[in-house]
Design a binder for this molecule. Structure first.
Ligand SMILES: [Zn+2]
Length: 113
């Protein structure tokens, strides 16, 4: 279950960042997960809840923003949402596309005092 190590990375990164800002507690962490990143949000939440107490973040909530996959057609520049990994332009049918979003796995923000 790689979500557990991802949760561990998130906690450690936010701990370092919050301590360097002089924050004592972190109450909320917001992460962005792309639909192509193969991270299960439920498993990530579970892993986070398992680890946070040991890390002194027992009162911290994890907010997950799920980012849909989108692409831009190289032929006609149309931007479209990708479902089921079908990278085909709905306008011109070209499969030459640039990925715009969907691979995110990042900490968007954290709150505390
Ligand atoms: Zn197109």
């Amino acid at each position: 279950m790689h979500e557990l190590s991802i949760a561990d990375n998130i906690i450690n990164a936010v701990k370092d960042a919050s301590q360097s800002r002089g924050m004592l507690t972190v109450s909320k962490i917001g992460v962005r997960i792309g639909s192509l990143s193969s991270v299960d949000p439920d498993a990530l939440t579970f892993g986070f809840d398992v680890l946070k107490r040991d890390q002194g973040m027992g009162d911290c909530d994890l907010a997950i923003e799920f980012v849909k996959t989108s692409a831009r057609c190289k032929k006609c520049s149309r931007e479209f949402e990708v479902s089921d990994f079908v990278f085909v332009c709905p306008d011109c049918g070209s499969s030459q596309c640039d990925l715009l979003s969907g691979q995110e796995l990042e900490i968007a923000y954290f709150e505390g005092e």
